[in-house]
Design a protein around this ligand. Structure first.
Ligand SMILES: [Zn+2]
Ligand SMILES: [Zn+2]
Length: 369
């Protein structure tokens, strides 16, 4: 592989890269099928990755149902935004990676030219969805990882160090979401009482990073006992089953009646923002990183009366996937333990049925091309 900086000639893929691949394509709401597609060719600043596995998440269900803005047209769009794999070919201006390198990703690539990108806020790119201007969000506004191969901008790829598995790599992307939320809310949480709502993959990775960043105690609230038990194993100091216990009262009880310094809403449950507000102490912070099934009703006056700051963030911006790789490499972020189900690509429709129906109590379901 020759890489000559400054040239714009697309690379010839290696001899082991085929012309055609199997890829899942969304043909209509709820209609995802695996079909033959041309293997994409990386542009000069892009990398072609042989996908090892791709995680499914709640956002994929919205994409599948056709309820996600700016997705490419039905019949030509491959979703999947939590993928990992090995470099198959590097673009002409790429010298950061070489074929065979194991990589994980962040999903968003900003345009690099708008005000927000210039300020480093590329998940809030003002050219969101505009491929011609260089923005791409893999599996959301551009083809993603439910396929044998995917292309990605070199700036959104991270080396996956040897001790980490591809399962870990999938959850590193997920962990970037909670880390970015903390980043946006100020970042410094050593000594604080933190409550995390929602023991899904985002919540479970957020629990671990809060512990790693020195929180005084991390309280995890959710509905499913198996996930709460996993949260315990992954480092939560306290867990609250909100079906059995009022989480606001429980969190006040665990924080000397004050409430948590920081609450992080990862559940997407319509009642959770109100519960977070109730469980946050005066002058504390709320971070919302979830998506909701519809508009949420919320007593904002109570938030104002308590002087609570609300922060939101989308995805895994701020270079936080790099931080997630570092924490995982140090053993402070365990991803593979969250992977409960694996399906071959050809069975992707079954994989999504399992995710939607929560059949077999899945945490992270991955698809293996
Ligand atoms: Zn996701
Ligand atoms: Zn931009």
């Amino acid at each position: 592989m020759t890489n000559q900086p400054g040239t714009t000639v697309d690379p010839q893929p290696g001899p082991d890269v085929p012309e055609v691949m199997r890829a899942a394509v969304l043909f209509g709401p709820g209609d995802i099928r695996v079909t033959d597609r041309p293997v994409p060719r990386p542009g000069p600043d892009e990398v072609l990755v042989k996908v090892a596995m791709c995680g499914t998440c709640g956002t994929d269900l919205k994409i599948l149902d056709g309820h996600f803005p700016l997705t490419p047209p039905f019949g030509e769009f491959t979703p999947g935004h939590e993928w990992t794999g090995a470099v198959a070919a590097a673009g002409a201006r790429v010298d950061e990676f070489a074929p065979g390198d194991r990589v994980c990703i962040e999903a968003h690539r900003g345009c690099g030219r708008c005000d927000n990108c210039l300020a480093g806020r590329y998940t809030a790119c003002l050219n969101y969805g505009d491929r011609a201007k260089g923005h791409r969000a893999t599996g959301m506004t551009a083809d993603g990882g439910f396929a044998e191969y995917a292309v990605h901008h070199v700036g959104s790829l991270y080396a996956l160090p040897p001790p980490l598995s591809y399962e870990d790599g999938v959850l590193i992307t997920t962990a970037g979401t909670g880390l970015y939320g903390l980043d946006v809310a100020g970042g410094f949480i050593a000594g604080l009482d933190v409550a995390v709502f929602g023991p899904g993959p985002v919540g479970l990775t957020t629990v671990q990073v809060c512990k790693a960043l020195g929180a005084r105690q991390v309280i995890l609230a959710g509905t499913r006992p198996s996930r709460l038990a996993l949260g315990r194993r992954l480092g939560a100091d306290q867990v609250i089953n909100v079906r059995e216990t009022d989480p606001v009262r429980a969190i006040l009880g665990l924080t000397g009646g004050l409430g948590a310094d920081l609450t992080i809403e990862c559940s997407g449950g319509p009642d959770a923002p109100q519960q977070c507000a109730g469980a946050t102490r005066r002058g504390g912070k709320m971070v919302v990183v979830a998506f909701y099934p519809g508009p949420v009703t919320f007593d904002l006056s109570a938030v104002v009366r308590k002087d609570i700051s609300i922060h939101t963030s989308r995805g895994e911006g701020g270079n936080n996937v790099k931080r997630a790789v570092a924490l995982a490499t140090q053993g402070k972020l365990r991803g593979a333990e969250m992977v409960t189900h694996r399906f071959p690509l050809e069975d992707i429709a079954t994989a999504f049925r399992v995710v939607r129906e929560r059949d077999g109590d899945p945490v992270k379901v991955v698809v293996v091309p």
